[in-house]
Design a protein around this ligand. Structure first.
Ligand SMILES: *Cc1c(COP(=O)(O)O)cnc(C)c1O
Length: 431
């Protein structure tokens, strides 16, 4: 019997959550359904055309989505694309990244953030993150800037704003660009600034894992007319329209097909109209979990910087194995047995991926790494490594339907395993 009178499920006791949480599908409702029907009835699933003329800018739904998105976020331009990944690539092209240019990125993010510069021969340079918010550390960014630096890509990770105003000031000082990867913080905010609106370009994701989604899709926002023009060209076979659209600068204007379909645009419009309603319940789940464990020694709930809004794409617990007296892995296994779905860590710091380790991206000769002496190896960003390999335990509020009853059970599972952690030492010491 346990020292505390409770029996952990991993040691034969009853689990707190006996049924698995159901996958979250609740964000698609009647208005999305009627949006799809509207497009079906129109008979036009896409109206893009890859040469000059009104159809170069897409169909009715695409253009309406862009107008509504730019109004919602208070930006001059919104340019839809078929994924945030494409938006990041288009942004690198638009700002004129050239072979050998360096682009500063965090290592602790979805891989697409760090891959984007490579498509134009740019060199990703990793700067470390802050341990409170997991976002780029402005001091590390400053230290990484040199004459070859073209841009910074900040990620508003897990739904919390990076220090976007400070990073914009750094970018202005060095006359480089700030790009915001805002895939995870659609309604995040730093002070009076909405996430995604502070960088020269901000990129949103409409991927089905995200708060607001349309199957696949992405949106780039910018206040800069030239960048918006270049984004639109790169999205849609730039080479065909460069003259008609008065490009002037033809660099990076071999275009892609990054176009969004009318169906995705119509669904995205419906989702944008009820964005608060989609994001707010995710925040509620996270805030309730935070309240439930805030007093527990050895576990640290996510921190929100003053006057910021955190959208909680992920709820992150930081685990102190010394204070807990038991390894994170054993604690995690016990939590799993109680029925609490989660993961340990997030992604391995990206510089450990083969593309960087082996310096092999485009073609057989190691382009663009053959233009730089930079090497990528373990130890580059110690904070990111500590977060991933030692501290972070992560729950995804966007992935599950959670009732109030289940929410209480999730909290109870955390509190139970924390309370009985001494009982886990036998497992730890057997390993
Ligand atoms: C999901 C995500 C992306 C990629 O978004 P897609 O729309 O799937 O291409 C990029 N960056 C971050 C931080 C993400 O979470």
């Amino acid at each position: 019997m346990s020292t505390s009178g409770l029996e952990l499920a991993i040691l034969g006791g009853a689990p707190i959550l006996s049924e698995p949480l159901s996958v979250f599908h609740g964000s698609l409702g009647l208005i999305e359904r009627s949006a799809v029907e509207r497009v079906m009835d129109s008979g036009s699933l896409s109206a893009f055309y890859g040469s000059a003329g009104p159809e170069f800018f897409g169909g009715e739904e695409v253009r309406a989505l862009e107008a509504e998105w730019s109004e919602y976020f208070g930006m001059r331009h919104a340019v839809s694309v078929n994924a945030a990944t494409s938006g990041l690539i288009a942004a690198m092209g638009a700002i004129g990244v050239s072979p050998g240019d360096e682009v500063i990125v965090p290592p602790y993010t979805m891989s697409a953030t760090a891959m984007a510069p490579l498509f134009y021969g740019g060199i990703p340079v990793f700067a470390d993150i802050e341990d409170q918010t997991f976002c780029l550390d402005p001091a590390a960014v400053e230290a990484a800037i040199n004459i070859r630096t073209r841009a910074i890509i900040a990620v508003n990770l897990f739904g919390h704003p990076a220090q976007i105003s400070a990073l914009r000031a750094i970018a202005e000082k060095h006359r480089i660009y700030l790009i915001e990867d805002n895939a995870q913080a659609p309604l995040g905010r730093e002070g009076e600034h909405l996430c995604g609106t502070v960088g020269h370009v901000g990129i949103f994701s409409l991927n089905y894992h995200k708060h607001i989604h349309s199957g696949e899709g992405g949106i780039c926002v910018t206040d800069d007319d030239t960048l918006a023009n270049r984004l639109r060209m790169i999205r849609n076979h730039a080479e065909n329209v460069a003259d008609e659209m008065g490009a002037g600068d033809y660099s990076n204007l071999i275009g892609h097909n990054f176009r969004m379909s009318e169906l995705s645009a119509a669904i995205a419009r419906a989702q944008l109209a009820r964005a608060e309603e989609l994001v707010r319940p995710r925040e509620h789940i996270a805030e309730s979990l935070t309240d439930a464990i805030d007093d527990l020694e050895g576990l640290t709930a996510p921190k929100v910087r003053p006057d910021c809004r955190h959208n909680y794409y992920c709820w992150t617990l930081r685990y102190d194995s010394e204070l807990m007296g038991v390894s994170r892995e054993t604690f995690s296994r016990a939590l799993t047995e109680e029925g609490f779905p989660h993961s340990v860590g997030y992604v391995e710091p990206l510089y450990l991926l083969p593309v960087f380790r082996e310096r092999q991206a485009i073609g057989r000769d190691g382009f663009p790494f053959n233009l730089t002496n930079r090497h990528y190896e373990a130890g580059l960003c110690p904070v990111a490594e500590r977060m991933h390999f030692e501290e972070v335990i992560l729950f995804e509020p966007c992935a599950y339907d959670v009732s109030e009853d289940q929410l209480e059970k999730l909290a109870n599972a955390l509190r139970k395993v924390h309370k009985c952690r001494v009982d886990l030492r036998v497992i730890d010491s057997n390993e």
